[in-house]
Design a protein around this ligand. Structure first.
Ligand code: ZN
Length: 188
């Protein structure tokens, strides 16, 4: 499969207004049961994710599809090993909704394909319960903890038009791109 373009808030040192507009929008629910178009969107998001080895997760808006679909690894984070085509090392959630937040808030540094060249310290809940549908449209209830809970919260944020720069106070970037990012984050 040809590499699908990832939509970003900026590309090199240019803001991308059109892509940002879609990334900032609340994505729409999929119809349940899934119709043909919804099933195709789910497969596109999944296949795009499976073709990459640099993502813990992917949300549909990140490839320009404003629909509530996320996919994420459930193991082998940060290994550079692509996800296995037949699982079980990833999950797809459709119309996910966090129904319960538990445990401490934990701060860790996150990156995002849609916010290239920066990292942000983000506080997330250590445990969440999620109600969603799986890729066949069946209702599921899941519980996630630790790093996996963080990944799922990050991806669900994408469906609400929220990005790591909205969550974190501390943004890190290289000296090389300081002028551009200082302008964005410090208003210089
Ligand atoms: Zn992201």
């Amino acid at each position: 499969m040809a590499e699908v373009k990832i939509w970003t808030l900026w590309n090199e040192e240019e803001l991308t207004a059109e892509e940002a507009e879609l990334l900032r929008r609340r994505a729409g629910d999929l119809p349940i049961p899934l119709d043909g178009a919804a099933k195709r969107d789910v497969e596109t998001v999944l296949n795009t994710f499976l073709a990459r080895n640099d993502a813990a997760g992917l949300a549909a808006p990140q490839i320009g599809i404003s629909r509530r679909i996320i996919v994420f690894r459930t193991r082998n984070f940060g290994t550079g090993i692509p996800p296995l085509k037949n699982g079980p090392d990833y999950e797809v959630l459709i119309n996910p909704r966090i129904t319960q937040v538990r445990g401490e808030m934990v701060k860790e540094t996150e990156g995002c394909l849609s916010c290239p060249d920066i990292n942000v310290d983000v506080e997330r809940a250590d445990e969440i319960k999620v109600r969603a549908y799986d890729r066949t449209g069946a209702k599921i209830n899941k519980r996630y903890t630790g790093f996996l809970a963080r990944v799922v919260q990050h991806e669900i944020d994408h469906l609400d038009g929220k990005l790591i720069i909205d969550r974190g106070a501390t943004v890190y970037y290289s000296k090389e791109k300081e002028a551009f990012f200082d302008r964005i984050f410090k208003g210089n």
